[in-house]
Design a protein around this ligand. Structure first.
Ligand SMILES: [Mn+2]
Length: 325
């Protein structure tokens, strides 16, 4: 069977090789994969002797990535932009995903490395490495590293492993198709001295009890629709302290007969909709999210809309009843 990782476009590799400086940016509201693919990319560029700046709009809400916040700037200094750096966009399915800091970079040569299944291309030059089968962006950064001929270091391996572990829910979203090659890469990372045990603890310690209680209150108020095939959970504006969606998804996706979970999060001016579907549900939530102007993967996706939670629930019930026919 063909590798899940196609060859990296030689033009993308030359573009990075020829650049003198680089700006690396991933999606706003970053997760472990966004943060760690950025950090790994910086290590690779440093090994090549290139100057590199990490940008991220934030917020660093997830407790597992808070410790990395200090590595990222919210905007690039004009002096750095004037050096004509290459822009490397990671883990973003649509041009709005990198958020505000991306606006000042629009005229620079841009390459995009990501594993989304829907969305839109957003590099004018077409320089991208988009591999929907890849379980994480960090595994794609690892492929780019190899194509650049940069040797793997322990530090790179640690970031590459961490992004992979978080995006796969510590391996449970891997399919028969993606597991063998992915886990071969993991074997390589652990051979470099990465400890899965230590990384799991570093990602899961230090959570607030209040966050667990808030997640519980959202689960209590969640609503099954369409005979329980879909569960809608809703985080009202009053609960704003921490990123709770992972807890909600993991709990509600285990409920009997459920095929998909929708998480509505009220923000001041928008409603964020997160989608997760089960592996054998046949529901492509990436495609569904793109109907709402968002994007993502087959089983994990999101969008932001201007609507009330009640309006969104009605719309979604209608769309899911069509999808489940
Ligand atoms: Mn990702």
């Amino acid at each position: 069977m063909a590798s899940i990782f196609p060859q990296v476009d030689a033009r993308l590799i030359s573009a990075i090789e020829e650049s003198k400086a680089a700006i690396v940016i991933a999606h706003r509201n970053p997760d472990g994969d966004a943060v760690c693919s950025s950090l790994a990319m910086r290590e690779i560029l440093k090994a090549m002797g290139k100057e590199c700046l990490l940008l991220n709009e934030g917020e660093f809400l997830r407790s597992d990535i808070k410790r990395y916040e200090g590595e990222f700037l919210k905007e690039a200094p004009l002096e750095f932009i004037s050096r004509n750096p290459i822009v490397i966009v990671l883990d973003c399915s649509t041009p709005d995903r990198p958020g505000k800091p991306f606006a000042q970079l629009r005229d620079l040569l841009t390459v995009c490395i990501d594993h989304h299944s829907s969305g839109e291309p957003f590099t004018k030059e077409g320089l991208s490495y988009i591999v929907p089968l890849s379980p994480s962006t960090t595994l794609l950064v690892d492929q780019v590293r190899a194509a650049l001929g940069v040797p793997l270091t322990r530090e790179m391996a640690e970031y590459l492993y961490t992004g992979f572990a978080t995006d796969t829910g510590f391996f449970h979203f891997l399919s028969e198709r993606t597991a063998p090659e992915s886990l071969e890469r993991v074997a390589e990372f652990t051979r470099m001295g990465v400890s899965p045990y230590d990384i799991y603890d570093a990602m899961h310690d230090g959570r607030k009890l209040s966050a667990a209680k808030n997640a519980a209150s959202i689960i209590i108020a969640s609503k099954p629709i369409l005979d329980g095939a879909v569960i809608i959970a809703h985080q009202p504006l009053e609960i704003s302290d921490e990123r709770l969606s992972d807890d909600i998804y993991s709990t509600l996706l285990e409920i009997e007969n459920v095929k998909a979970v929708v998480f509505l999060k009220e923000k001041k001016d928008v409603l964020e909709i997160g989608f997760r579907s089960k592996h054998h549900s046949g529901i492509d939530v990436g495609a569904l999210a793109s109907e709402f102007g968002g994007g993502g993967h087959m089983h994990a996706a999101g969008a932001s809309i201007s609507a009330s939670a009640e309006e969104a629930e009605k719309m979604l019930e209608k769309r899911f009843s069509e999808l489940l026919k």
